[in-house]
Design a protein around this ligand. Structure first.
Ligand code: AMP
Length: 301
């Protein structure tokens, strides 16, 4: 194993203009770990309830994911439901039932602690910090957060960020965290908070990488149809960190960071092609590399 992924393993209810699914496998940890598993060996740290289906355990295991850190607690699995606008750029959360996630205290199995790569999915900053502190030989730590934590636990988040190499957030979160509208200025401010690399995700418009050497813009892949954007951000993070872990890259390697941005975009785009994690059930490494090449051809001038 090489990359440890922490976050939510959930059941999601999702409605998009293409249809509705009452309950399917989801969660930030699930999307990131499954996407990363195409690039590097992955182990997860998360909690599920007694209702977590054997078929879902089997799917994660089929991707070669180490499930030693997947705790099973008394109660129900975290449940989240959301609904998308007609253009799918807006999402309304309909329900967040924390269930077993409310008492989650991430515990890292012994063999996870010496792994070189870590992705901290979107959970309470104090818990992210707790996990980071348990890792003994990290080469690179990346993490995500959201508006709720930026607004409600700002000080705790700022302490947590100091120990990360890379922060991956969306544009509205970057603006909120930095307190300014210009993304360029916001990035400058965020880079002074600790991480030396910032990835600003911009949904269908792609993502921007900021680091002391400058910035790099990755386009979004132009899909004919977006079926379900749920988990695209986490899949981006999985592709990004997975590529770096697979290559054994360090935080400041500009060329690897750029390629990681494209693999992130590739995995985010595949995620949107079907509901939930379904596209990843049949995806192959050859398809990933073909789309990577397409990105290269599309942006050459
Ligand atoms: P994304 O579309 O990349 O923002 O990720 C959506 C996933 O995040 C869904 O599968 C949800 O189960 C999960 N999720 C939604 N809200 C939360 C939350 N408050 N904490 C942890 N995971 C969440």
């Amino acid at each position: 194993m090489s990359l440890v992924v922490v976050g939510s393993v959930a059941y999601d209810g999702v409605e998009t203009p293409h249809g509705r699914v009452e309950r399917m496998l989801g969660g930030s940890c699930t999307y990131a770990a499954v996407a990363a598993s195409f690039f590097a060996p992955v182990g997860i740290v998360a909690v599920v309830g007694e209702d977590f289906a054997p078929a879902d355990v089997d799917f994660l295991a089929s991707r070669g994911i180490d499930l030693t850190g997947l705790e099973r607690a008394a109660g129900k699995t975290f449940y989240w439901a959301g609904e998308y606008s007609a253009d799918m750029n807006e999402r309304t959360t309909l329900c967040t039932d924390l269930n077993v996630f409310a008492e989650f205290q991430p515990k890292l199995p012994e063999h996870y602690r010496r792994q070189p790569y870590l992705f901290l999915g979107n959970i309470q900053p104090a818990l992210q910090r707790q996990v980071r502190a348990q890792m003994e030989e990290l080469r690179l730590a990346g993490g995500d957060t959201m508006n709720y934590w930026i607004q409600n636990t700002r000080e705790e988040l700022l302490e947590t960020l100091k120990e990360w190499d890379c922060l991956l957030i969306n544009d509205s979160e970057a603006r909120l965290l930095a307190g300014c509208h210009s993304l360029r200025r916001a990035a400058e401010r965020v880079l002074q908070m600790g991480p030396q690399t910032l990835v600003v995700k911009r949904g269908e418009y792609g993502a921007i990488l900021f680091h002391p050497g400058g910035h790099f813009i990755a386009p979004g892949y132009l899909l004919e149809d977006v079926f379900d954007p749920t988990g695209a951000g986490d899949s981006f993070a999985g592709g990004f960190l997975g590529h770096l872990a697979g290559r054994g890259a360090k935080a400041g390697e500009a060329g690897e960071l750029r390629r990681a941005m494209i693999y992130g975009s590739v995995m985010g785009s595949f995620c949107c092609e079907r509901f939930g994690v379904d596209r990843f059930r049949t995806l192959t490494r050859a398809e990933i590399d073909e789309r990577f090449q397409e990105f290269k051809d599309l942006t050459e001038f």
